[in-house]
Design a protein around this ligand. Structure first.
Ligand SMILES: *[C@@H]1O[C@H](CO)[C@@H](O)[C@H](O)[C@H]1NC(C)=O
Ligand SMILES: *[C@@H]1O[C@H](CO)[C@@H](O)[C@H](O)[C@H]1NC(C)=O
Length: 987
């Protein structure tokens, strides 16, 4: 019958092809095969046994295996494969199979292996699967299966491997899985299960070798019944909320190779008896609340990787750790460890990552850390290490990051350390190092950060430094550097920060500094520099921190400096003379020019001899006095009126309120002036956290004032006497942040029941408003692309360069603001957290976790936000830039923008998602940004790149992913190693 049907459908089929071949032709017909993977499935052959992906039994010539992995096939699951009666192996690993998995899959009656990993299958798991009696291996990783695990799954008869990692399963991990006694691997990681304990019944799986339940929302203690799992090789319960101690019975797991319990809430110490685990290679209990010593018996094992960071471990690092011939990773940062580092460390081991930052280690840095020439990262920040930096590190070409900040290191730096070819960061700040910067530094071609402040470096800055094309930051303040700034420094096109204050540099500023297009901060204070301040400084587009104080600069203050938008501006204590540029001839800039006796401006006290010098007679003097007196009187009246109004205004708000102003910048306005502008007429926006007003101040400047919600409510709830819960501290952190892509917080004002945040005003409003209004077409692709990079850099700064790192928590296009030139700045970062603590009375979801359409899927089950949630939201913004669509749109139906983009690309192609306003000549670039957006919005947080990486990708476009395969990015194995921890945790 089926044969007849096929014959009717495909009349060109030649009847010589056997029946199994005909079934497979039907499979081929149902699949979209853009790469021609199935092109040799020729219907003129007698049998399909020679076709790509097909294998037959050598005796019966019947098909027993269909392996179509990595074939870029799309379409619904081709149920016709299940007509192949002898089929025992079926794999569609890493394709684009969509739709649901039909119940008829059970017709594949002889199947032993079923691999459908990394596809787009939706719907519930087919409850009929256990009806296949011989099924041993089921891998459904990386699909979109949802709902509960069917009860029938307790009835698998021979199943050895069950992997449903990275789907959308809800409900909880059911106890009936404990009935599958043949099971060797139970891999259910990264599903949005409800919070629930590990079912004790899983202890009945006594054949289990791998238990991989990372990110399953597990709570409670690790049940003692698991002690029966004597065959475990890999025990992985990381990223859950488990409590209680690490059970002592794990020391009975005599086959165990890997134990992963990081990121839980475990307490107590590492159990006694670890020496019994002779096969253990990887042990990771980081990010818990563990304490006590690091046991000698643990370190005596031939471990490959030992991660204990972010706990409260105490005491010394046992020297035996240095004897392991396998050790490649040792991360102990953020504990309370002390004593010396084992001197043999690295000599016997292929050490790659070494991080002991934020402890109290003393003594010398081990000499042989890089003896095996594979060391990439050395992080020793914040310890008490002394002595010289070992010579051996100077020959260690594999190094990419060196951070030794804030120790007691002394002596000269090994010459080779300056010139390591792959080094991107050399941070030696806060030691007692001596000697000079070596000329060979020009060979460190990857160097982006050279941080050597607060040492005793001498000599001049070598000209060769100007060859470091990637250099973003050069901080060498508080040293004894001499000589002049080499002219080659102006070649550093990427330079964002040049801080050499407090040295003995002399000579003039180099010619050609207008090429510092990315320079944000220039601090050359307290040196012996001389000559004129070059007018070109005024043309630096993003300079906002300029400190040249305490030098011998002479001549006039160039008019061009008026073009700068500075939040730090200090030219005091120089030999400047002449008139001040009009913009700066104001009282509130006074401190910027102090100690320049020959400098003149109309600032009271700055130029005392001016009137005398210019006076041309008594008539003039009389007139001046008259005008002055009139002015004083007028000012008096204004002052009186203004005080009275402010008084009334404040009184209106709250009888007892007193305003407390916390300011982070030199301000040209007062809190009362701002209060006067908080009229409904001036509202420019309103969000989850508060209302935003535009306030135009008397000096003509505009600021944006955010009045936070939900304050009086808290006062009510707590009887009016609640202590200030960290608002000020938090705001202070935010106020200190200075980055060209982050909106500046000028100040905050607070009373007990009202809080205001005063920001710089961004004239072009928010990206969201512009993009989704009728003016959306104004933003052409180059502008959008630049906005993406700007905003990405801002976020990357918050994540990677702030200590502690700051999670934005509400990344969205409405929080990306645009300045005059449509440069983008991130706004409102961390404010959600401030408010969360501040208005505890009201728990609004939108305040805590971001905005609709931008919320990462894992939030639904972890209720925790971290950097990865920001990255998801940023991905949504990228998709908005590419599509011009809103994150949520009635037209999408149930879907959000992310899902809409994925399905539309699949069904209709790329062109259907790209904003039609965009010029098609940019299509290549647009589709790359789209792919980065999709990568950022991966369902699994571990698949999302770090913000630093995102910025890199946006800038380089070095990564080519096909939109369709983006979902399949990332390493999904129980042995996955997440390298972002070094960046996020100990930047
Ligand atoms: C498969 O191909 C080989 C040569 O490539 C040929 O000898 C053999 O007959 C073919 N088998 C079938 C069943 O078509
Ligand atoms: C599945 O993929 C095929 C081929 O790309 C497409 O034509 C079809 O519409 C998709 N079906 C669903 C339900 O997404």
């Amino acid at each position: 019958m089926i044969l007849l049907l096929l014959f009717l459908i495909c009349p060109h089929l030649v009847l010589s092809l056997n029946q199994e071949g005909l079934y497979l032709q039907h499979v081929k017909l149902g699949l979209d095969d853009p790469d021609g993977f199935l092109s040799n499935w020729n219907d003129r052959d007698d049998s399909p046994c020679n076709w790509t992906g097909i294998s037959c039994d050598s005796l019966t010539h019947s098909v027993n295996s269909v392996d179509l992995s990595n074939a870029n096939l799309a379409g619904p699951f081709p149920i016709y494969v299940c007509y192949l009666h002898n089929l025992s192996y079926l794999s569609f690993n890493n394709n684009s199979i969509n739709g649901t998995l039909p119940l008829e899959i059970s017709k594949c009656g002889n199947l032993e292996t079923l691999i459908l990993a990394q596809n787009f299958i939706v719907g519930s798991l087919p409850g009929s699967l256990p009806e296949i009696p011989s099924l041993r291996f089921v891998d459904l990783l990386g699909n979109n299966f949802s709902g509960d695990i069917p009860v029938s799954f307790g009835g698998f008869r021979q199943l050895e491997v069950l992997s449903i990692v990275g789907n959308l399963l809800s409900g909880n991990i059911p106890s009936f899985l404990g009935n599958i006694s043949s099971l060797k691997q139970l891999n259910l990681s990264y599903n949005p299960f409800l919070p629930s304990p590990v079912p004790p019944e899983l202890g009945n799986l006594t054949n289990l070798e791998i238990m991989w339940l990372t990110g399953c929302n597990l709570v409670g203690k690790i049940p003692d019944s698991l002690s029966k799992l004597k065959n475990l090789v890999d025990f992985d319960l990381a990223l859950n909320s488990l409590e209680g101690p690490i059970p002592e019975w794990i020391t009975g797991f005599s086959s165990i190779v890997q134990i992963e319990l990081y990121n839980n809430s475990l307490t107590g110490g590492i159990p006694v008896g670890m020496s019994k685990l002779t096969r253990l290679r990887n042990f990771d209990v980081s990010m818990n609340q563990l304490e006590g010593p690091i046991p000698e018996e643990l370190c005596s094992l031939p471990l490959g990787s030992l991660n204990l960071y972010e706990n409260q471990f105490q005491g010394a690092l046992p020297a035996s750790i240095a004897l392991s011939p396998n050790l490649f990773e040792l991360r102990l940062f953020n504990n309370r460890l002390n004593g010396t580092l084992p001197s043999e460390l690295g000599k016997n081991s292929p050490l790659v990552w070494f991080d002991v930052s934020d402890n109290q280690f003393s003594g010398d840095i081990p000499e042989g850390l890089c003896e095996n020439a594979v060391l990439e990262v050395v992080l020793l920040l914040n310890n008490m290490l002394k002595g010289a930096i070992p010579e051996g590190l100077g020959n260690c070409e594999s190094l990419t990051r060196i951070r030794m900040r804030d120790n007691r290191l002394s002596g000269p730096v090994p010459e080779g350390l300056w010139s390591l070819p792959y080094l991107s960061l050399l941070d030696l700040m806060g030691n007692n190092l001596t000697g000079g910067i070596a000329k060979n530094v020009s060979s460190a071609s990857e160097l982006s950060g050279l941080l050597i402040s607060r040492n005793r470096f001498t000599g001049s800055i070598p000209e060769e430094l100007g060859q470091l094309d990637s250099l973003v930051e050069f901080s060498g303040s508080d040293n004894l550097l001499t000589g002049s700034l080499p002219g080659t420094l102006v070649n550093l096109a990427q330079l964002g920060r040049l801080d050499l204050h407090n040295n003995k540099l002399s000579g003039e500023l180099p010619q050609g500094i207008q090429s510092w297009k990315k320079l944000n901060e220039l601090n050359l204070a307290s040196n012996e520099l001389s000559g004129e301040i070059p007018a070109e400084l005024g043309s630096l587009p993003v300079l906002n921190y300029l400190d040249l104080s305490g030098n011998y600069f002479s001549g006039k203050v160039p008019l061009e400096l008026q073009n700068l938008k500075l939040n730090k501006f200090n030219l005091s204590n120089n030999h400047l003379s002449g008139d001040l540029p009009p913009l700066y001839a104001k009282e509130n800039y006074k401190d910027s020019f102090l100690g320049n006796p020959r400098l003149c401006g109309d600032i009271i006290g700055l130029c005392p001899s001016r009137e005398k010098a210019k006076s041309k007679g008594s008539m003039w003097l009389f007139r001046s006095i008259f005008i002055l007196a009139g002015l004083v009187f007028f000012l008096g009246v204004v002052w009186f009126y203004w005080k009275y109004r402010s008084y009334k205004k404040v009184k209106k708000g709250s009888e007892k309120s007193k305003w407390i102003l916390t300011s982070f910048y030199k301000l040209g306005f007062s809190e009362y002036e701002i209060l006067d502008c908080l009229d409904e007429d001036n509202v420019i926006g309103s969000g989850a956290s508060g209302k935003v007003y535009k306030a135009v101040l008397s000096n003509g400047e505009a600021v944006a004032v955010k009045k936070l919600w939900g304050v009086s409510k808290k006062v009510d709830l707590n009887g009016g006497d609640a202590p200030d819960d960290g608002f000020d501290a938090e705001v202070e952190t935010l106020g200190k942040i200075r980055h060209k892509n982050i909106v500046r917080l000028w100040c905050s004002c607070a009373t007990r029941d009202c809080k205001l945040l005063v920001y710089e005003y961004m004239p072009n409003g928010s990206l969201g408003d512009l993009l989704h209004s009728t003016k959306g077409g104004l933003l052409d692709w180059p502008m959008r692309y630049k906005i993406a990079i700007d905003a990405g850099e801002g976020l990357s700064y918050l994540h990677h360069d702030c200590v502690p790192s700051i999670v934005h928590r509400d990344v969205k296009s409405n929080n990306i603001l645009l300045d005059e030139e449509y440069g983008a700045r991130v706004a409102d970062f961390g404010v959600a957290k401030v408010i969360e603590g501040f208005g505890k009375g009201q728990k609004s979801m939108s305040v805590i976790a971001g905005s609709c359409g931008y919320i990462a899927p894992e939030y639904a089950y972890t209720l925790r936000v971290n950097e990865k949630s920001d990255i998801y939201s940023f991905g949504v913004v990228l998709l908005e830039l590419v599509t011009g669509r809103l994150p949520i749109d009635p037209e999408f139906g149930e879907k959000d923008l992310v899902k809409w983009v994925c399905t539309t690309i699949d069904q209709k192609g790329l062109d259907q998602v790209i904003d039609s306003n965009l010029d098609s000549c940019f299509k290549e670039e647009i589709s790359r940004v789209l792919n980065i957006g999709l990568l950022c919005t991966s369902d699994l947080p571990i698949n999302r790149p770090s913000m630093r990486r995102v910025v890199q990708m946006l800038q380089e476009f070095s990564v080519e992913h096909k939109a369709k395969t983006v979902k399949k990015e990332g390493k999904l194995s129980p042995y996955y190693y997440d390298d972002s921890t070094d960046q996020v945790s100990t930047v």
